[in-house]
Design a protein around this ligand. Structure first.
Ligand SMILES: Nc1ncnc2c1ncn2[C@@H]1O[C@H](COP(=O)(O)OP(=O)(O)OP(=O)(O)O)[C@@H](O)[C@H]1O
Ligand SMILES: [Mg+2]
Length: 266
């Protein structure tokens, strides 16, 4: 199991017309392999930037990121990304979307077919392999995106608001699916969300980030993801322990928003 190690990462974007934006300042953390980290924080606090650095899509201005002993210097099959929506190949059917990575890696055909069958069952789309992407609901599309990511068997799954475009009921079901996949596969997951409830429910570790410059402000180790499959999710979310944490974090975020917007209104 490979740990993620982020050491003193700074990210400054240079703007085309001059000037710069410091998106991340001195971000450091260790994440043991197999943990589920959720990132929460106001818009612009650098969540997507951090995820893109972990994916290797962006190189930090300074600092290092390691997966196990290997520095992350670019994208690689050991890290998979799931976006909010729209990142599937619309012109390919479900099966071809899921098998895309293994086909690129020239995995033998029989093995690919077996993997795809397994993944279709895992994400509850057994009868949908031949459907086109546009024939699926938003929730189904996100299940395809998850399956496509899993087909590469990455050590780390990075998700940027993967459930953000879904209706409340579908979203709740998908949270259950993500928890189940996490437990079954033992993969490391880093998931960005705008929902305090989702960050609490899914994260066995939670970072609350703050903006200007983007940084990790609070770190929580949480019990809910561990119990989330054994208890009825609605019951868990209604528990006093969950509600207390939700209020605590909501007020942290409110304070940050107030600082950003300025006191007393403008
Ligand atoms: N390509 C870019 N060029 C210049 N500035 C950027 C670029 N990408 C992001 N930024 C700036 O960096 C900061 C962090 O952006 P980022 O997208 O990481 O925030 P975020 O936490 O994901 O926000 P949101 O919740 O709205 O998705 C913001 O101030 C943003 O304007
Ligand atoms: Mg973002």
């Amino acid at each position: 199991m490979r740990d993620l190690r982020v050491e003193s990462v700074d990210m400054t974007y240079q703007l085309p017309k001059g000037g710069s934006v410091q998106a991340l300042k001195d971000v450091s953390f260790d994440l043991d392999g197999g943990r589920l980290l959720t990132l929460l924080g106001p818009s612009g606090c650098g969540k997507t930037t951090l995820l893109n650095i972990l994916a290797g899509f962006l190189a930090p201005t300074s600092g290092t990121v390691l997966l196990g002993d290997e520095p992350i210097t670019g994208p690689g099959p050991d890290r998979g990304m799931v976006f909010q929506q729209g990142a599937l190949f619309e012109w390919l059917n479900v099966r071809k979307n899921i098998s895309f990575g293994p086909r690129m890696q020239r995995v033998p055909r029989g093995e690919i077919e077996r993997t795809v069958d397994e993944l279709l069952a895992t994400v509850g789309l057994r009868d949908f392999g031949d459907k086109k992407i546009y024939e699926l609901s938003g929730g189904m599309q996100q299940r395809v995106a998850l399956a496509r990511c899993l087909a590469n068997d990455p050590a780390v799954i990075l998700m940027d608001e993967p459930l953000g475009a879904l209706d409340a009921l579908t979203r709740e079901k998908m949270q259950g699916l993500i928890l189940r996949l996490w437990k079954e596969t033992g993969k490391t997951i880093v998931l960005v969300t705008h929902s305090v409830e989702e960050a609490l429910f899914l994260g066995d570790r939670l970072f609350v980030m703050a903006p200007r410059p983007g940084r990790i402000e609070y770190i929580y180790d949480l019990p809910f993801a561990e119990t989330g499959l054994d208890v009825e999710p609605r019951e868990l979310k209604a528990s006093a322990e969950f509600a207390d944490k939700r209020e605590e974090i909501l007020s942290l975020i409110w304070e940050m928003e107030e600082e950003i917007m300025g006191h007393g209104g403008a």
